[in-house]
Design a protein around this ligand. Sequence first.
Ligand code: GLA
Length: 415
Amino acid sequence: MKSKYLALALAGLMLAGGCRATDNTGTVTPTAEEPVATVAAEPTEEAGPTEEAEPTQEAETAPTEAEEEHETGIKDVFAEHNMKAGTCLTAWDLRNPLVMDIVSANFNSITCGNEMKPDYTLNQKKSQEEGHVVVEYGQDTINILEWCKENGMAMRGHTLVWYSQTPEWLFHENFDSSQPLVGREELLTRMEDLIRGNFEELERLGYLDMFYAYDVINEGWMEDGKPRQCHWSEIIGDDYFWHAFYFADQYAPETVDLYYNDYNEQFKADTLAEFAATLVDEDGRSLIDGIGLQAHLYTSDDMEQYFDAIDTLAATGLKLQVTELDVCLGKWQYPDEKNEDTLKEQGRFYYDLINGIFERVDDGRVEMDAFTFWGTADSTSWRREYNPMLFDGAFKPKYAYYGAIQDRENAGFDE
Ligand code: GLA
């Protein structure tokens, strides 16, 4: 790793001030209803596709002994447990060699950070012209998919049906948000077109084979056990969940596992387990393959509670995947100051969390074939004020990184 980090440093100096992020400038807002004393972040209020934020660049320091020791990446550690290791990637990341070196060295699975969300994949003008939903990927999406193909990455699709980052016009007559909302039958048709259209577009562009999992619905349930109120639920009714999975099951190839993905999963495990059991077809066959645990966590979170949620969800017999892990310093709305103690605490958190998951995967309690981190460096994270990632603002590995690769000696344990 030594030479890699020297190269990163040089590239960093050349780039300083020149790069702008197009993603991950989300603000953390309270969940609508707060069921528990520890309130986790609502991870969905984020910058639209065009908003930008300036990543910070920390000063470069020489590689440490620990960095020099590690020639393998995160993916090699996860491969020992038959799991892929993933990260999200945005169009901005693609232009940043510091990020891309980390991605190439450490990950073998990619989720588009934004570029496969409905905001990016639906074409309003063509939908209006043709009178039905038209899915057409733009250049940012294609650039990411092309890089992933050239670099042998496996892909998680994210996401089809979501209340956020979905154009308002999708729900209105003539695909025009100044017109009235459409009715149930029309929205079901549009949902079907959206789902079928994404799989057809991937096939047409030659990328479908790279996909092993797809988030069919993102963030549909609240912590109080009720479905989230959104256009999908209000116009179609609560059976929109079932219809989305029914369509996805119809149009996705067998090789793509279909996921329901959510945050605050440790507060929703019973709800999600009950819900997943309802997703069966007329013959009783399950329409869902797995539950995605976003895992937007805090160092103050109760890890036992998190493991209990994993065990509850695993008992459904479905696969589980960690889909968006980041671990903030501190607690929701109260970031801890970044210092040696808090960074070590974070390193131990990453170590313990991943260790507990490896134990469950190895002894067969949990079926998990992939584990995705939501980004690489603190400076490019959507929750950057909490320093949640494995690499710091100079793109150097933190205690958190050593925690993730299960290097206990360098993960912030003092004994
Ligand atoms: C949620 C979404 C992700 C992303 C994050 C914030 O968790 O599922 O796609 O938008 O919020 O970056």
